[in-house]
Design a protein around this ligand. Sequence first.
Ligand code: BTN
Length: 323
Amino acid sequence: MKLKALVALLSDGQVHSGESLALQLGVSRTAIWKQMRRLMDQGFEVASIRGRGYQLVSRVDLLDSALIIKQLDAGLATRVDLRVRDEVDSTNAEVLRQVAEGCDGKLPISIADSQTAGRGRRGRSWQSPRGENLYLSMGLVFHGGFSVLDGLSLVFGVAVAEALETLGVPDVGLKWPNDIFLPAGKLGGILVELQGELQEGVVRVVVGIGINVHMHKAEGVDQPWSSLASACPDTEWSRNQVAAAVIGAVADAADTFSSKGFGVFREPWQNRDIYCNRLIQAKDGELKGVGNGIDGSGNYLLGTPEGGIVPIRAGEISLRVVL
Ligand code: BTN
C-alpha cells in the first residue's frame, strides 16, 4: 500500500475508522495500523481516537499535477509536460531525463515532493524535506549562443518574486545573483544549469527553483531563512498554487527575455535589490563597497570608497553584507 494513498484519504482532516480505510485501500486493518506508525515516524501528527479511528492533525499539502495544470493559463497548460514525483535525486536532473525520454516538443517541468540529492549553487546541497517545500525545475531553450545567458538567472529571480507578490507575499527581495529573500531571511534559491549547445546558437538551460513553503525547521542551514507559512501565517499555502504561479511567471519571463533581452528586467530587479546602498564585500573581503545595483548585463556594481564603480560578474562569486 502506498503511504501517499493513505495520506490522501486522511487529508480531509476528518476521523476515519481503520475498517473504512482498510476497505478503501484493499488491505487489512493491521496494515493500516502499521502504516499509521510509519506516517508518525515521518513526522505526520496522527490522532488515534478510541472507538472511532484516525485523524490527521497536521495539515497536508499534497502535490497534484492536475490541480497545477488547472491553474495555468489555458495556452500554457497545453504546452507543458509536467511530471510530479514523490521523490527524485534532483528535479534539475529529472528534467534532463524527461528531455532524453522526449516530451513531444513541450516544455519539460519536474516537481518533486522530496529530493535525495537537491543541489544548491556553488556545489552546496539543498535541503529538501518531504512535503514541506516546492522543488521545481523547468527546461528552457534559448537562441543566440551562450552569451545570451548573461543575466538569465536574474531574470528568473524577478519572475519568482513577481509570482510570489501576485500571491500576496509582501517585501520580497532579491539578493544578487539569484536568491529570493524576505525580511526574516532566505526564502528560496535558483540554480541555473546549462545543458549545452543543442545546435549552433541554440542552448538548453535547466532552471531549478526551491521555495520554502511550510518548512518549520532546517538543521544545518547556516544563515537566517524564512518560509511562506511563517511570513504569511494567515494564508493557507498550497504548493500547487505556488507552483502554478511560478511556472506561469518563469515561462512569461523566458519569452520576454528571448524577445527583448535582459534590459527590461534591470529595473524590476533593482527595485528588489536587498543590497542597495548597503556596505558589502565580495571575494572573501578582498573587495568592499556600497551596493549600487546592476548594469545592463546583470553584473553587480560596487561603489568603492575611492569613488569608483567595480562590476562583479555572476558565477562563482557571492556577495555578503559587511558586519
Ligand atoms: C541556491 O543555492 O540558492 C539554489 C538552490 C536551488 C534549489 C532548487 S530545488 C529544485 C531544483 N533542484 C535542485 O537540485 N536544485 C534546485
